[in-house]
Structures are given as C-alpha cells and as structure tokens.
Design a protein around this ligand. Sequence first.
Ligand code: ADE
Length: 245
Amino acid sequence: MLVYILTLFPDAIEPYISKGVLRVARDQGKIDVRLLNFRDFAKGKHRNVDDRPFGGGPGMLLCPEPIFEAIEWIESREGIFHKVLLTPDGHTFRQSHAESLTKHDRLLFLCGRYEGFDQRILDGFAWERLSIGDYVLSGGELPALVILEATVRLIPGVLGDEESPISESFTSELLDYPQYTRPREFRGSSVPDVLMSGDHEAIRRWREDQARHKTKKWRPDIALRGDTNKCDTNKSGIKKRDPDL
Ligand code: ADE
C-alpha cells in the first residue's frame, strides 16, 4: 500500500511512523508512507498556504492552489489515490472504516491546519471525510496517524499472529474478554479457575459470556447494535456481525 500524507508538519509525523506496527509494516514491504509538505507547492516569497476568508470572519483558510498542485503532482506520477480528508465534520472513524481502507492500494491523507479549507478543496476531489471524534484538534496529523495505524494493523501478515485482530474489541462487535497471564495469584486476586481447567469449550463459553457482560456494562450502545443484528460465530467463539444478514 502506497500512502501519501499531505501535511505542513512532516517532522511531527516522521517519528511515529518509524516505530511499532507502522515500522514493521514498512520493513515487511507492506506499506510505503511518504510525507509531503504542501507548502512546497505554494508560490511567492513566503510560500503562504493560507489566507483570510472572503466576506470576513475569524481565522485563516487553506488556499486551494498548493493542495491541488500537490495532489496533481502525486497522481501524475503514481496514479489515482483514495483520498481521505481529516476534518471534525467527517464521519466518525470506526473499525469498519479501517477494514475498508485496507482494500486500497493507494491512500492519501490531507491534514488541514488553521480554521478550515477553501470550499473548492472540498468540492474538487472525491474525498472520504473522516473525523476521529467530536472535538476539534489543531490539525489533521494526529487523526491521520490514528486512522493509518488502525488500518495498517489489519493488513494480513502485519501482526505476527494472523488471528489476533479477529477476537479484538470492535472487530467482533463485542469488547474483548478479560485476559490473564502470570502470576496466577497477585495481591490477593487470582486467575479464574476456568482458564486453568484445560477445558477449551468451557473457556470459550466463559470468554463469550464475559465479553457480553463487559460490552453491556461499558458500551451498551455496541451491545444494542449486536442484539439487533443476526450474528455468526467466529473462530474465537465470539459472535461476529454478518454484514449481509
Ligand atoms: N481536524 C481537527 N479536528 C479533527 C478531528 N476531530 N478529526 C479529524 N480531523 C480533525
């Protein structure tokens, strides 16, 4: 997957993509992330990328020209990209968005700054507009990293164990069940006996039960969605929503 991130702050992004799962995916040759500062496409002595809104109002808007030129420069070399615009006005990013982003060979993220975008940037391309939550950040850099990491870790083979994303919270429409490792006793709290029983069917049932309870308690909104959709059981024994049912 070829990924371009258009940003005024490539130096803020570089350290994060050089660590952890994004680095692993890069070393495996599964992703190639390129950072492009669209200020490089701005004209004039000061290479301004923003200006005041016509009609008045607070703040500055990103001008269309450098962004159009940057995207045209990329696409004339690499072909057409699926383009993601990071904006608090977008659809709230969910695991299902990450799953569908893995299907694209070329992804482009545009990180805004300032008060917003000139409308011609929004109208000029077929954006997928995504928000990471109902709050306003000063730019799209953190949202781009959040979305990129959630997506890349779903590319088959990136996480060591191919099964591990399946039983995770959200992939299965239930939160993850509680897990324990050594020591068996810790400050008066012990690992549930069923996990030490060796009875795989009992463990599967216990985990499913725990996942349901936890989801009802902490995320009743998800529990409700799960109840209203027909389910099918995945390998981990957790009900998985079938999008076709
Ligand atoms: N840019 C500023 N705030 C944002 C948010 N919540 N999500 C995505 N992009 C943003």
